[in-house]
Design a protein around this ligand. Structure first.
Ligand code: ACM
Length: 812
């Protein structure tokens, strides 16, 4: 610990009421998640062969102390010995002291130079205390083999700790890409390290059935294999491009039992997810009789998305699912079984005579008034889904289990005892809680770990989105002003690792970490104690732990995020790093930044076009990779504009918050100094075209009359996603914003590729002229053919107008 900080700690100890909020004293301890009460103490406890372990008689507590002794022996070579209580007065000792009065997961840990005492009531509390103890030791303790060190010290401290939420989870999808069993163990280790207590194992999907079911061997013989998988991004190409390589894998029941037991030894419950009634293609490919059209042949899905073939609610299907669930319950002792329930198209049920008869028999009707739970009117097919889920719930309840389902299970009526996992936002969870159901929050915009977390221009392909570590950390599942039902029924938080774009362990690591650690802290630490800069300070230590455990976390933490925002009248460049105490050094001429380059101290105005390179330095050392971004400063940079038609789902403002202009929610996406690129949709501003609208009209006020002589425009080629680059532009000018005069026009002729995504930058130069207002009429790229250029389900029209994705608009 640095001397200055230590002095501050001591000062605080003597001036504050008995203890200090942990967030003020985290630098020396690096504990993640942050304990809820921490009092720093002086000195260290040194582990030696003389250190004794004193433990109560409870076998489950002894198992925890055995594991501690065994890790210490393996990594440090030090042999700790059990002894009776009296000896603790004479020798340094680690004392496990079982006491009444602690909550199930709560513990107290006191480390002094003489002794270590752990108090808890339940083994869970002892387990978490030991996790904290490891975090107080040199990071090498996380190694998997002997490490030679002179001393093994544990920082003195006093901690009283308990989690904020009872449910602290992380989900791993092993269906889109099978994860080797070793990875599952590593994932569980990472959960335990961060005091999470639920591993949600997503085991069945359209793309693969991964759990051995003895009664239905075809589920794994057929359903766990697909002959190939998709290459590149889902909407990049039409027809889709495949790798031609078989993808397969499943877990035997024996392997599953071992995983469940291993997780239990770390106080982690494994909740299996058996998806129904949708995302069931692998099962239907194995047993077509489970579908509404049993004479069809089905294949395990080789691409991503939502598929129309779903389980048919026949007696045969229910019998099958009950038999499957019987084996599942035998393997997983968890109170909850996750039954999916999300993204189940109703087409097959609408077209099925059997389903329509069943709907009639059950007396299901389309709603005429909105539901009191979610305020929406539901169709009779949605009510059939509710019948399906309720029936499965009844079966599981009869075996003493409860169901969790994704928030779609609210549609058409919630099964009576169900817990809702809220993923499409927070509304589903809040509505369920207000209706008296338990809810687990897992909203996509914060805790979907398949989203981008760093600049997509340079990041590996993901499903989309943009959720930085900071954004994930900022999520609070139960705001202070939440109503009582929400406070009571939101039982926790979960991060989700969906693996469409995670083909191997490194990619899984990269997407999950470090954001999963931020989720762990939100789930454990009281909101009033959470603090972003304290988290970053402690994460320096946690990255070392992840390194020791060979976790290939995303390293954006050590790098610079480059952004632009309007401040006052100017567009400014903002540089940010999460690395504490790091200095940002940058250049604007494309040169590599060094320790002698300009130091970033505050946002600076974007003047002209720059090739920005920035990196973080600690002392003289660069700590991460160099971030680079070309930025385009011109006459309209950072200026408000109007556009017709309205901006669609992408507004081109990836970091958001600062750039919203007003009532029409138009952002500065087109004038934020950043051009779009091939790698993702995130930076683009999209405009949907239709039969009547083939162009975008863009009007900007230059503020005063200025000379203009060139317009530069970026547009995207991506026919598979209904997007073509602009075919031409008309430039007009005005002094009053009402009467516009023609200045110039140009058609863009280009040799387009057959497929894929490509960003085009076009320009039109003209004789210099004075203008206050500039209008650009930007023509779309023409028509696209259904089933030839793009997938049939993307449009009902045989010929459709190509949408325009624009970024950036520049005027010089
Ligand atoms: C989900 O992401 N479809 C639950």
């Amino acid at each position: 610990m640095k001397k200055g900080i230590y002095f501050l700690l001591l000062l605080c100890m003597f001036t504050s009421p008995g203890y200090i909020l942990a967030k003020e004293v985290t630098h020396g301890y690096n504990l993640v998640p942050l304990p809820n009460k921490l009092t720093p103490r002086k000195g260290t406890f040194e582990l030696t062969d003389k250190t004794l372990v004193i433990v109560s008689d409870a076998p489950s507590v002894k198992t925890i102390s055995d594991a501690l002794i065994s890790r210490i022996q393996k990594v440090t070579g030090i042999s700790l010995k059990y002894a009776d209580k009296e000896k603790s007065f004479h020798y340094p000792a680690i004392i496990f002291s079982q006491q009444r009065g602690y909550a199930k997961e709560a513990y107290k840990l006191m480390v002094s130079p003489k002794n270590i005492t752990i108090e808890a009531s339940e083994p869970n509390g002892f387990f978490y205390a030991v996790q904290t103890l490891y975090q107080l030791m040199p990071t090498d303790i996380y190694a998997n083999k002997f490490v030679s060190r002179k001393r093994w010290d544990i920082s003195a401290v006093e901690i009283e700790d308990a989690p904020r939420f009872a449910y602290r989870g992380l989900m791993l999808d092993v269906c889109r890409h099978y994860a080797p069993i070793e990875y599952v163990y590593k994932f569980i280790d990472m959960l335990a390290l961060h005091k999470m207590n639920v591993f949600h194992w997503h085991l069945t999907e359209d793309q693969g059935w991964r759990i051995e079911i003895k009664k239905y061997p075809k589920l794994t013989e057929v359903g766990s294999k697909r002959p190939e998988t998709l290459e590149g991004y889902y909407y990049e190409n039409y027809p889709l491009v495949f790798d031609g390589v078989e993808h397969k894998g499943y877990y035997t029941q024996e392997q599953i039992r071992e995983v469940v037991a291993y997780a239990a030894s770390k106080y982690i419950t494994v909740i299996p997810e058996i998806e129904m009634p949708g995302h069931a293609l692998a099962a239907i490919a194995s047993y077509p009789q489970l579908s509404c059209t049993p004479d069809s042949t089905y294949k395990v899905a080789t691409s991503w998305g939502v598929f129309e073939q779903v389980y048919c609610p026949k007696e045969e299907t229910f019998k099958f699912l009950e038999n499957v669930l019987d084996e599942v319950m035998d393997l997983f002792p968890s109170q909850y079984i996750h039954i999916g329930g999300d993204e189940c198209p109703k087409t097959a049920w609408k077209n099925s005579k059997y389903c329509q008869n069943l709907i009639n028999q059950l007396g299901l009707k389309d709603d005429s008034i909105p539901s009191t739970v979610d305020g929406r009117k539901h169709s009779k097919e949605e009510k059939l889904q509710s019948y399906f889920i309720t029936r499965i719930e009844k079966y599981l309840n009869s075996k003493g289990r409860n169901i969790i389902g994704w928030d779609e299970i609210l549609e058409g009526g919630l099964a009576p005892n169900a817990t809702v996992m809220s993923w499409r936002g927070v509304e589903g969870g809040l509505n369920a809680a207000k209706a008296g159901h338990n809810a687990i929050m897992t909203p996509g915009a914060y805790v979907y770990l398949d989203h981008y977390q760093e600049n997509p221009e340079f990041a590996p392909t993901t499903i989309g989105g943009y959720t930085t570590l900071k954004r994930t950390y900022g999520y609070n599942p139960v705001p202070d002003d939440a109503n009582e039902l929400v406070q009571e029924h939101v039982i926790g938080l979960q991060g989700n690792v969906w693996t469409e774009y995670m083909q191997n362990n490194d990619r899984r690591d990269y997407q999950a970490f470090p954001r999963a650690v931020a989720i762990a802290e939100t789930a454990w630490t009281l909101n009033k104690n959470k603090d972003w800069s304290s988290f970053c300070a402690r994460m320096k230590g946690d990255f070392k732990r992840m390194d020791a455990m060979h976790v290939k976390a995303c390293r954006n933490f050590f790098e610079v995020n480059i952004n632009t925002h309007v401040e006052g009248e100017e567009l400014k460049v903002f540089l940010e790093t999460y690395y504490p105490e790091g200095e940002i050094r940058y250049t604007i001429n494309g040169n590599e930044p060094t320790v002698n380059s300009a130091k970033y101290t505050q946002p600076f105005a974007l003047n002209g076009n720059i090739d920005l390179r920035a990196a973080v330095f600690y002392g003289k050392k660069r700590v991460g990779r160099i971030s680079s971004k070309k930025l385009y400063g011109n006459l309209i940079t950072g200026k408000a504009y109007t556009v017709t038609p309205h901006v669609g789902w992408m507004s081109g403002d990836v970091f958001g918050e600062n750039d919203v202009l007003g009532a029409d929610s138009t952002t500065l996406g087109l004038t934020n100094g950043k051009r779009g690129y091939n790698a993702s949709y995130t930076p683009w501003v999209n405009f949907n075209m239709n039969k009547k609208c083939h162009e975008v009209t863009f009007i900007v006020d230059l503020g005063h009359s200025q000379s203009i002589s060139k317009v530069v425009l970026g547009s995207l080629f991506n026919p598979a996603y209904l997007v073509l680059p602009s075919s031409g532009i008309i430039v007009e000018k005005s002094n009053d914003g009402v009467d516009f005069k023609h200045v110039a026009q140009q058609s863009f002729h280009r040799q387009l590729p057959k497929n894929g995504r490509k960003a085009y930058t076009d320009s039109i130069a003209f004789t210099s002229t004075k203008a206050r207002y500039v209008k650009l009429i930007i023509k779309n790229g023409g028509t696209l053919r259904r089933g030839v250029d793009f997938r049939k389900d993307l449009s009902d029209e045989e010929f459709t107008q190509a949408n325009l994705y624009l970024d950036e608009v520049e005027i010089y």
